[in-house]
Design a protein around this ligand. Structure first.
Ligand SMILES: [Zn+2]
Length: 162
């Protein structure tokens, strides 16, 4: 008889090829507006087209699969500035980034708060949150934002490494 504390290994443990991980589920998000303020002059700028980008989000623990967020966004033209720009998505993900802020924040927290080295942090994110982030990417995030964060938390980041 085994109780609820029986150890059951993660079925993906030991996989070395990312391609062998479960296929992502797709989530959909739209920020496709007819008008949005121009970031330069503040006047309302009309949409001239829309596009899509995909960002990796926290995964689905109930299915064990990662989640890719397909984001539809509008592109606008400001008639005053004669300038094209995309609607602001910086609250969702950094410009050009491949992961949502939720993933980045969590990854940095795991390293900074729990003092987990980068490689185990990568496995932690996959095992517990079903999002695959290469450890070098986590390292880049921590080093890009780490100094300020380290001061704020009063912790040293040196010695945290792969
Ligand atoms: Zn403008």
């Amino acid at each position: 008889m085994f109780g609820p504390g029986e150890y059951v290994p993660d079925p993906t443990e030991g996989l070395v090829d990312v391609k062998d991980l479960p296929a992502p589920q797709l989530g959909f998000y739209s920020r496709n507006h007819k008008q949005t303020p121009c970031p330069r002059c503040g006047h309302l700028a009309s949409r001239h087209t829309s596009d899509q980008r995909t960002v990796h989000d926290l995964g689905d623990l109930s299915t064990g699969r990662p989640v890719d967020l397909v984001v539809t966004y509008s592109s606008h033209y400001c008639a005053d500035c004669h300038r094209h720009f995309n609607i602001d998505l910086t609250d969702l993900a950094p410009p050009g980034g491949h992961y949502t802020h939720r993933v980045i924040d969590l990854a940095v927290r795991v390293v900074v708060e729990d003092s987990v080295p980068y490689r185990p942090a990568s496995w932690h994110l996959w095992r517990d949150h079903r999002v695959f982030v290469p450890f070098a990417t986590i390292q880049n995030w921590v080093e890009a934002g780490g100094k300020k964060g380290a001061r704020a938390h009063g912790r040293r980041l040196s010695g945290v490494g792969a």
